[in-house]
Design a protein around this ligand. Sequence first.
Ligand SMILES: C[S@@+](CC[C@H](N)C(=O)[O-])C[C@H]1O[C@@H](n2cnc3c(N)ncnc32)[C@H](O)[C@@H]1O
Length: 219
Amino acid sequence: MNSTRPDFDGLARIYRALEWMAFGRDLERARFCLLERLAGCRAILLLGEGDGRCVARLAQAAPQARLHCVEASGRMIARASRRLDPTVRARVTFAHADAFAAELVPGSHDAVVTLFFLDCFRPDQVERLVAQVHPALTADAPWLWADFSVPPRSWRRWRARLSLWVMYRFFRWQTGLPATSLPPAEAILRRAGFVTAEEQSFQGGFIRSVLFRPAGRGR
Ligand SMILES: C[S@@+](CC[C@H](N)C(=O)[O-])C[C@H]1O[C@@H](n2cnc3c(N)ncnc32)[C@H](O)[C@@H]1O
């Protein structure tokens, strides 16, 4: 298996149910809580979109945007496609591809969305992907990111570590996930020149959603 392309086909049908059993509505909250900030965008890139819940909501939040999803799982794309209302379907394109191999036109997107996606990869892979995607963005494009995180203290830190230990083993077994633990994606985005514009946390900081903006570009 290609080391940057875990296979989520086998989980596509039960992905949502698994998520709800493990986290209730909190992943959904993390996905949606900052989507409205992209309301004025015109061309949004979604990497590892999954089963289409984000793109369907984003199509409403950003009514003028074209939405380009790069997704490696054909079954996830099929589910996402079915979820879309015919009136928004024309604004959405799906590339059935490895995001690491995607050919992106320089400056072609004014926002990028990665939700529970960068945590699939090793730190060196996240760095590579961020460096590869960055030139495809306009100078003031935000990066909307959500992932798991280890809270800094308290019993929640240990609960998060235990949950992540179980999750990484499960997803490596089921999909061939390249990551063995959580990569420092927020730090990598900061090193790439992004700063936190807005953030929300769920489950005591175990789940985080951050709107990053390029440093010096304001809101
Ligand atoms: C953990 S799921 C997250 C899905 C969704 N974004 C969400 O919020 O639940 C990771 C998704 O990324 C896709 N994926 C994994 N590696 C990929 C790659 N290299 N290129 C494109 N998509 C990829 C998987 O097929 C899967 O749909």
